[in-house]
Design a protein around this ligand. Structure first.
Ligand code: ZN
Length: 327
């Protein structure tokens, strides 16, 4: 974490200087809409009065995963970093502006920005967003928090994913103190893997589902972020609501329970709750209640995601379950 701890900690981002104690909105152009409207990635930079680590908080890498965008919006409108004491916080509330506009995970040509890192200058849109992000923003950071939700209608109970290869990310996960945390494999060409290759630890927050606000997940996200900035002594006063004392379960194994047949899926357990082996978690039947089959828990553990889609096909993910201990 020494790279950015220089004495004169004026930041230079996209040809703009941000002096100690200053904060600025920088807009980085990426492309135009067919109408000619220029699309820019908004970057909020808060430079502290004292030198310290630079933290990236980003949402909307997947354009329809709006809880992360909302977490950033509340942090910005409530001015939590208005008087940053130490280090620097860079907030990118919406990396995939195109997906957000079109209510889509991907950019307009169907490519996933989170499978396009580190990107290239002359590549297609997703690749250029990744390239711009790596070269204009990521090069300035020491650590980062990447905000996501479950894809489709799969709702993740608030959870942090860290990289086994980077012990710093496990430490950050504990500081964040989400309901669940676990190591997850780095996906090739993902943002987290690109940052790992640059030696920058990233934790991925997952909370709620795409295209739907989830108040609980949003609050867990904000509180976790504030625990991180507080831990690194970046803020003076902590003036946010803190539910406090929530337990974190460190999961050591996980499994997606999938539909053995198609039909109407009715979960009967709540996301985030403990489960017992062989417990009935839900049912699948046909649309008229016939041929009802139970979905059972494979082991003692917890529900960490639920598919809220009422109609499922054989093989669809129903529940994400995990086994672990309170950390
Ligand atoms: Zn995502």
């Amino acid at each position: 974490m020494s790279e950015n701890l220089q004495k004169n900690h004026t930041k230079f981002i996209y040809n703009e200087s941000i002096e100690p104690g200053e904060h600025k909105l920088i807009q980085i152009p990426v492309d135009k809409l067919p109408t000619g409207t220029l699309i820019k990635i908004p970057v909020y930079v808060f430079n502290g009065t004292e030198a310290g680590p630079t933290l990236l908080i980003q949402g909307g890498l997947h354009g329809d995963e709006i809880n992360g965008v909302e977490i950033c919006r509340r942090i910005l409108t409530n001015k939590y970093f208005g008087r940053l004491k130490k280090g620097c916080v860079i907030v990118v509330p919406l990396l995939n502006v195109f997906g957000f506009i079109y209510n889509s995970r991907e950019v307009t040509d169907g490519k996933d920005v989170n499978r396009s890192f580190p990107g290239s200058k002359a590549g297609s849109l997703a690749s250029r967003i990744a390239y711009t992000h790596m070269n204009e923003i990521v090069k300035h950071i020491d650590i980062g928090i990447d905000l996501h939700t479950g894809g489709g209608m799969r709702s993740n109970h608030p959870q942090i994913r860290y990289s086994k290869e980077m012990p710093e990310s496990l430490e950050m996960a504990h500081i964040f103190r989400p309901p669940f945390l676990f190591a997850s494999k780095m996906i090739p060409r993902s943002f987290r893997q690109a940052c790992y290759k640059k030696g920058k630890p990233i934790i991925v927050f997952e909370g709620g589902e795409s295209a739907r606000f989830d108040e609980f997940a949003i609050n867990e996200g904000i509180e976790g972020i504030m625990r991180i900035v507080k831990h690194y002594d970046m803020v003076n006063a902590v003036n946010y609501t803190q539910s406090g004392n929530n337990e974190t379960v460190h999961l050591n194994r996980r499994k997606w329970l999938r539909a053995r047949n198609g039909g109407v899926f009715c979960p009967i357990v709540l996301n985030g709750t403990p489960i017992k082996r062989q417990q009935i978690l839900g049912h699948i039947s046909d649309a008229f209640g016939n041929n009802r089959r139970a979905v059972k828990a494979p082991y003692d553990g917890y529900i960490i995601a639920v598919n809220n889609k009422p109609l499922v096909s054989k093989g669809d993910a129903l529940f994400h379950v995990g086994e672990g201990l309170i950390a």
